[in-house]
Design a protein around this ligand. Structure first.
Ligand SMILES: [Mn+2]
Length: 353
């Protein structure tokens, strides 16, 4: 399948590249890496999305060439006459926003490159693997088969940022030796300083965002003997801090960093309902839990949306935790039954004698 994808792209003259709504580092980084690579090969490329790129990714090479879809004649025509459409980092039409209907309806070859679960099946060619750390990792394989010499700074830097952001700066469980080999290749070919790229992405927080973090963290609660941690983002916290909701990205990882916490949940109150983000460690998978509310994502990082108040969503999710997470050793010494406590007491007394 990878060979077919490379040959379809080689043959193509006009290529559309799109990705999901509220795009993240993997979405934008992968889109720019592929777009810049294809432009170097002389292709006519349109990078078009439903939503704006995050402010901390606007410096990436080519970012100013990503267009917001506006259903203009130029967009509609370009998409209609494209030889290939590449969909990155999501596998469902709905997540593409209004671009989705447009690209799905074309007769062009539709290529999916993605690492999410439960793919839709309207794509002609797919490069998908749930165990891949990022969409960028899959794109590297594509470049490897095509020609690694096509990777210059403008391809390497966005690809690196995509890998870095989707792996929590190379610390999640999906990080492999293979990924680090790719990264080594990118640093050599891109001739960039990783510490500078890291700072460009992560050290651009606003004081409002840090104030929001402070009030969000003060809502922290642990459940099920400290195995599940939660925080909430209320509309009031948002308005009082003056921060935008995008600045809550990564807050959930603070909760997951607590020793003993297996799963961290962040509940974000919106006008229409409550958004839940699930993050987990190791093999405590959360995607089925998110799916039970109509959401989805990855095994260790998923999301869902519940219509209703924050309080309702919170109670519902916490109550259902034992159905989806194996919560080991819930019994601790502080929760011994009267009978066990008496037995333990007798043992301790006998040792004293
Ligand atoms: Mn991704």
């Amino acid at each position: 399948m990878l060979e077919e994808i490379v040959s379809a792209l080689k043959k193509a003259r006009r290529v559309v590249i799109t990705t999901h709504t509220r795009p993240d580092g993997d979405a934008i980084g992968s889109q720019l890496a592929l777009g810049n690579y294809l432009k170097r090969q002389g292709k006519d490329v349109l990078m078009v999305n439903q939503d704006q790129s995050p402010y901390n990714l606007e410096w990436l090479p080519g970012a100013d060439h990503i267009e917001l879809y506006d259903a203009s004649l130029r967009h509609v025509e370009f998409i209609a006459h494209a030889d290939v459409v590449v969909i990155l980092d999501t596998n469902v039409q709905e997540r593409l926003g209004s671009v989705g209907k447009q690209v799905r309806g074309t007769t062009s070859t539709k290529i999916l490159v993605d690492h999410h679960t439960d793919s839709e099946n309207w794509f002609d060619l797919t490069l998908k693997r749930e165990s891949a750390s990022s969409t960028a990792e899959l794109l590297f394989e594509l470049f490897e088969l095509w020609d690694l010499d096509g990777i210059d700074h403008d391809v390497a830097a966005p690809l690196y940022v995509a890998m870095m952001t989707d792996t929590g700066s190379f610390r999640f469980s999906n990080v492999s030796a293979n990924l680090h080999r790719m990264v080594a290749e990118l640093i050599e070919r891109g001739k960039f300083d990783p510490s500078i790229l890291h700072a460009e992405v992560y050290d651009k927080k606003s004081i409002e965002g840090i104030k929001l973090l402070s009030s969000v963290l003060s809502s922290i609660e642990l459940h099920y003997n400290g195995r599940i941690g939660t925080v909430v983002v209320t509309r009031r916290m948002l308005s009082e801090s003056g921060a935008s909701v995008e600045e809550t990205d990564g807050f959930v990882n603070q909760v997951l960093s607590i020793e003993g916490v297996l799963v961290a949940l962040i509940f974000t109150e919106t006008e229409r309902g409550t958004k839940i983000s699930f993050r987990s460690k190791g093999d405590h998978f959360v995607h089925k839990w998110a799916q039970s509310y109509g959401g989805g994502g990855h095994r260790n990082a998923s999301g869902a949306f519940i219509i209703g108040t924050l309080d309702h969503a919170f109670r519902k999710a916490i109550a259902s935790a034992p159905h989806f997470i194996n919560l080991p050793n819930l019994e601790t010494s502080s929760e011994l039954s009267d009978e066990d406590a008496a037995y333990l007491n007798s043992l301790m007394n006998s040792q004293n004698n």
